[in-house]
Design a protein around this ligand. Structure first.
Ligand SMILES: [Zn+2]
Length: 125
């Protein structure tokens, strides 16, 4: 599975895992397994890839990290309206982070391309 194909598939806009699979099939004629694709993307985490995971409605059940299986922590921040709210999830074990996206989006996972010129703070640690 070539990551460049995934990138081309996502160039059409954000999509769920299922939609991503049908776009890849359209581009390559190949059908990939959802589990395999998901694992690959979460493990490789190319710089251009954004992944959002939908939170369950109940706040008491925090989702598990898709990479290592540890329970993820909600990271609080201030919204534009000035309210304190959980903005993203971080895995305390492996550091995987994901935005908490719009609950109206029906997908469990939402994949999208990050802007090319997003500043990367890799040297600051
Ligand atoms: Zn983890």
């Amino acid at each position: 599975m070539d990551l460049e194909i995934v990138r081309r598939a996502l160039a059409r806009g954000p999509c769920s895992l299922g939609e991503l699979i049908s776009r890849i099939e359209e581009l390559t004629g190949e059908k990939v397994s959802p589990m395999r694709l998901k694992r690959l993307l979460l493990r490789e985490r190319p710089k251009w890839l954004g992944v959002d995971i939908r939170l369950r409605r109940s706040r008491s059940r925090r989702p598990r990290c898709p990479v290592c299986g540890a329970k993820m922590m909600e990271v609080l921040g201030r919204t534009v309206e000035g309210e304190i709210e959980a903005l993203y999830l971080r895995c305390p074990r492996c550091g995987f982070e994901t935005l908490i996206h719009d609950r109206k989006t029906p997908a469990r996972y939402l994949f999208y391309l990050l802007p090319e010129n997003l500043p990367v703070n890799e040297n600051v640690k």
